[in-house]
Design a protein around this ligand. Sequence first.
Ligand SMILES: Cc1cc2nc3c(=O)[nH]c(=O)nc-3n(C[C@H](O)[C@H](O)[C@H](O)COP(=O)(O)O)c2cc1C
Length: 320
Amino acid sequence: MEMPRLVIGTRTARLPIVQGGMAVRISLSPLASAVAQAGGVGVIAGSGLTPEELGAEVRAARAATDGVIGVNIMVAVRIFKDLVHAAISEGADIIIAGAGFSRDVFGWCKDAGVEMVPIVGSARVARLSEKFGASAVIVEGVDAGGHLGTDRHVDDLLPEILDAVEIPVIAAGGICTGADIKRMLDAGASGVQMGSRFVATTECSAADSFKAMYVAATDDDIVLTTSPVGLPGRAIRNPLTERHARGDYERIERCRACLKECGKEYCIMDALIRSQTGDVTTGLVFAGTSAARVHDVLPAAEVIDRLVAEWQAAEEGAAR
Ligand SMILES: Cc1cc2nc3c(=O)[nH]c(=O)nc-3n(C[C@H](O)[C@H](O)[C@H](O)COP(=O)(O)O)c2cc1C
């Protein structure tokens, strides 16, 4: 039995699996191209890169695979427009926009023949996105890693979004196994987006200590934390999250003005750079609840093979 394909506008992936974009420098061209080559949608995270760096990542991914490559950029980032244009001009297939809503990005993508896929947390925003020309929407629930736009579970949100739009809906947040994928597809999703499972891959650009935190994490280690972006974030508990939970924030050494609006409690860019480069004590290790179900670091293609096999086993089990 074959998994259904994922059609996003003019682009088709052989598998209905999108690897979530993960800033800062967690999902770059090595991970995105490995996932795309294995049949999924590989996604480079643009937030935290310069337009030149992002352009180079997209070029490298394009050279490595003919598969579907997306670029995820947070609308909250000050240079959002420059990053979108850098990704488009280097041949990204899809722009995925999260952490805010931009009306302009629909026009930029349409003019360039690039698919636009916003991340939504409500039926209202999904409907608005379809009206402006979205090719699909990603509905992300509260179990996801990183910044959260809702306090509801994806299983709860998905039916409302499916009722609101005709375009494909991709479900995200807490999806970790082939059985989870079956649950989402059976509920009407056209595909899933997974972040945490793809952190623990050899191609992921996070430091080994970052990946080791995932492998060691249990349910109790995954917490909600505050972010100057103005949204809660989900991360693995460490001395930094404990300190922030007490309202004790590190001083901002140098402000890069990277966000359009920033609460300035602490510098999230510095905290994410520290963890990505290996300091998982004073760095912020974003992770979804499913990190507690990740027990090994594997090549991305093996993760995908395993997901397909688990999905097939779940399908066969249901058919018996
Ligand atoms: C380390 C990390 C960084 C992330 N960074 C971003 C980001 O820059 N932009 C975004 O839209 N989502 C980001 N996410 C969310 C993922 O793209 C994806 O939607 C989410 O991880 C799905 O939930 P899961 O982790 O339960 O699979 C991040 C998630 C993680 C774990």
